[in-house]
Ligand binder design. Sequence first.
Ligand code: ADP
Ligand code: MG
Length: 152
Amino acid sequence: MRQAEVVTTSPEMTVALGESIGARLRVGTVIDLRGDLGAGKTHFVRGLALGLGIPSGVRSPTFTICQLHAGETPLLHVDAYRLEDPHELLLHGWDELLPRAVVAVEWGNRIDVLLPSRRVRVSIEHAGGESRRFRFEGLSDFEELAGVIHEA
Ligand code: ADP
Ligand code: MG
């Protein structure tokens, strides 16, 4: 399985989905999040952080572009929405941080050129009311995804 779909029906369920996936992630995993404003990207990342056992809360990093959350497995949370040029991220230590953290990128499409081909793409769509459809794809034979989503 290289693709999976999950529908959540509340913000809390999205956080819980992120949490169960986050608990299984290892350093070096890149999560490329796509979806409109209000899709639930930040809620999902909040869940990832909980699953990784990161004590500090995750906020929308729109105005700071990227935030590194320390922990046993650190989480680098990037929001590329306001990034004029993807290469600005290099000034934030992107290259050094990539192999040392779980990396979650909101608006991943805006930094396509910097994303490794081996990553998990999560596309989120509104599915009526408080329903959101999450589509997970392991890019470049990211087989680990199968286990992660299956057990979540
Ligand atoms: P994004 O980061 O994609 O812009 P946020 O996670 O910041 O989105 O916000 C999602 C918004 O949608 C919140 O206001 C949240 O309460 C609402 N919402 C409604 N249903 C859901 C759901 N199933 N999952 C996540 N958020 C939801
Ligand atoms: Mg957001």
